[in-house]
Design a protein. Structure first.
Length: 303
């Protein structure tokens, strides 16, 4: 298998993990507070990544890079997913996914503006088509949300897009698994502090008393998928190609979410199937474009 095919496979695997994790997380938010769910998920993810590191031969992140990795982890998944989960409590699921559809477009804009990547016109058109497909997949009448929820979700989208750009700009040569572990340990610390401060301020930060064994298991499983495996795959794919190539495959996330929801018994409409087909065709077009210049071995530089 070529490096290009391996990179695409990693990115597609990441979107599959995010799609499956999204379905479970949305279900859990009916019984678990957002700021409680996030550190539980991240703790499970860190344990998973620690086990993977101990079983492998990944190098420990070098101190001069560890600070950057930790800062990126506090940005995403720390701040980004805290904002996203809080936003999800006051917007409908359909509205949330529609807002997240902006992320690949934002990544393309930032990649061109900040990384000076030349985004092929065909890729921009394909991403635009994929976003239209996402609308067909997730839109339902009554997709609404208050202004605060929309603002929180858009802030989360912006943080995730910026994470992709800054990570690609860093161009690390450390093992992807080790980098993700450092990032998510930092994210876990951020989430614990955030929940504690929120609780002290009179909000609901920690609420584990009503969590059943099934809820704990679901939170742990979704954490491994949504954070551990997904970010591991995404970082491995991102490091070997341009940022626009990674961003262009993100519309697959709601398609995988739709697929897992259908397996759980949700009935799908014809427009959703058509939208999914459009997303798959568009992202296939993105994956066929290798893009100029970025070598498989990243350069040594700091942002």
């Amino acid at each position: 298998m070529s490096v290009v095919h391996a990179r695409i496979g990693m990115l597609v695997a990441a979107t599959a993990c995010w799609g499956a994790g999204t379905v479970v997380s949305k279900h859990l938010l009916g019984s678990v507070e957002p700021l409680t769910l996030l550190p539980v998920q991240l703790a499970a993810s860190c344990l998973f990544l620690l086990a993977a590191v101990s079983l492998g031969t990944a190098r420990v992140a070098r101190p001069r890079h560890a600070a950057w990795f930790a800062a990126l982890g506090m940005l995403n998944p720390g701040l980004a997913y805290a904002l996203g989960l809080l936003g999800l409590t006051s917007v409908t699921a359909s509205m949330s996914v529609l807002l997240w559809a902006v992320e690949p477009v934002l990544i393309l804009v930032l990649a061109a503006g900040l990384l000076r990547e030349r985004v092929p016109l065909a890729v921009a058109a394909a991403v635009g088509s994929a976003v239209i497909g996402v609308v067909f997949v997730v839109y339902r009448p009554g997709a609404t949300g208050d202004a605060a929820g929309v603002a929180l979700t858009l802030a989360a989208v912006g943080a995730c897009a910026l994470y992709t750009i800054l990570t690609r700009r860093l161009s690390f040569d450390d093992a992807s698994l080790t980098v993700v572990l450092v990032q998510q340990i930092a994210a876990l610390g951020f989430a614990v502090v955030l929940a504690t401060v929120w609780q002290a301020a009179g909000g609901v930060g920690w609420s584990t008393a009503s969590m059943t064994a099934g809820t704990w298991f679901g939170a742990a499983a979704s954490g491994v998928l949504y954070y551990g495996a997904a970010f591991w795959f995404y970082l491995a794919g991102l490091r070997a190609g341009p940022a626009w190539a990674a961003g262009g495959l993100l519309p697959l996330v709601p398609v995988f979410g739709l697929a897992f929801a259908s397996l759980a018994g949700e009935r799908l409409e014809l427009r959703q199937w058509l939208g999914a087909a459009l997303v798959i065709a568009a992202t296939l077009g993105v994956s066929m474009r290798r893009g100029p210049g970025r070598r498989d071995e990243p350069a040594h530089r700091s942002p």
